[in-house]
Design a protein around this ligand. Structure first.
Ligand code: BGC
Length: 254
């Protein structure tokens, strides 16, 4: 497998990229961030990805993975909740090949975080069912059974009490509505106990920036399932995308 791969993480406010040492899961050199263009149309975002690869001097042989805040089904984004709606129906393989002049490997951002946590973080060596949720503007999910990802789950969009779950329980809503930790934890309780009832997981991993403050909300939750913060805080999307791209390059060769 390649020793180094490149990951790009497309978010609502920034598009971030770095080269990743696949042995350790750490960045090689600096991480570059470019503001997400407004509007964040497919062409505008693809152009930012081109600039990132250029600035990082990513060679044609280096695998590149791109994490999207949306499901990616056989290269196609079926819908997108938190970026420009014109992404719906876009084949990201074709889009990126047109702009970057090379193949890349697209995947969902929470799936990328899940892959990174399995390889280097909180889900490493964990048997059974792990559900990782990423907290941010939306709630992303990665469902992992004995280290193997079930891709493109969208547990942030479960409908609970008549609401799209992420519109109540995401950390983005905590910020937007200026909720106290206690008030937000009530919403988390409703959300995670529902997911627990549906899936009976062995472990919850919570990622996203807010997981740095896990001691502020995790002790307020009453769940049967153990819950731990992600280990790779804000690098998981990039690291997971890079790692996935390297795995895909390997299976294409072998
Ligand atoms: C999207 C998911 C994504 C999550 C985090 C949700 O709104 O539907 O695909 O993983 O946000 O970005």
């Amino acid at each position: 497998m390649a020793q180094v791969a490149c990951g790009i993480d497309i978010g609502g406010s920034g598009v971030k990229s770095a080269l990743v040492d696949l042995e350790t899961g750490e960045f090689v050199g600096e991480r570059i961030r470019i503001e997400t263009p407004k509007p964040a149309t497919p062409d505008a975002v693809a152009e930012v990805c081109r600039q990132l690869l250029e600035r990082l001097e990513v060679g044609p042989e280096t695998p590149v993975g791109i994490a999207f805040p949306a499901p990616v089904i056989h290269g196609v984004v079926p819908f997108i909740a938190n970026l420009d709606p014109s992404w719906a129906g876009i084949n990201v393989n074709e889009l990126m090949e047109r702009h970057l002049g090379r193949r890349v490997v697209p995947l969902n951002d929470a799936d990328a975080a899940g892959i990174a946590e399995v390889a280097y973080g909180a889900a490493k060596g964990v048997d059974g069912l792990v559900i990782l949720t990423t907290q941010g503007t939306g709630i992303g999910s990665a469902v992992i059974m004995n280290g193997v990802l079930v891709p493109n789950t969208e547990l942030g969009h479960l409908e609970i009490d008549g609401y799209d779950a992420e519109k109540r329980a995401s950390s983005g809503q905590k910020t937007l509505q200026d909720l106290s930790w206690k008030k937000w934890a009530k919403r988390l309780q409703r959300y995670y106990s529902h997911v627990e009832m549906l899936f009976s997981p062995d472990l919850f991993v919570v990622g996203g920036g807010v997981s740095k403050n896990h001691e502020k909300f995790m002790p307020l939750l009453d769940l049967k399932t153990p819950m731990v913060p992600a280990k790779l805080f804000n690098t998981a999307g990039i690291v997971g995308a890079a790692s996935f791209a390297a795995q895909q390059a390997d299976s294409a060769e072998g």
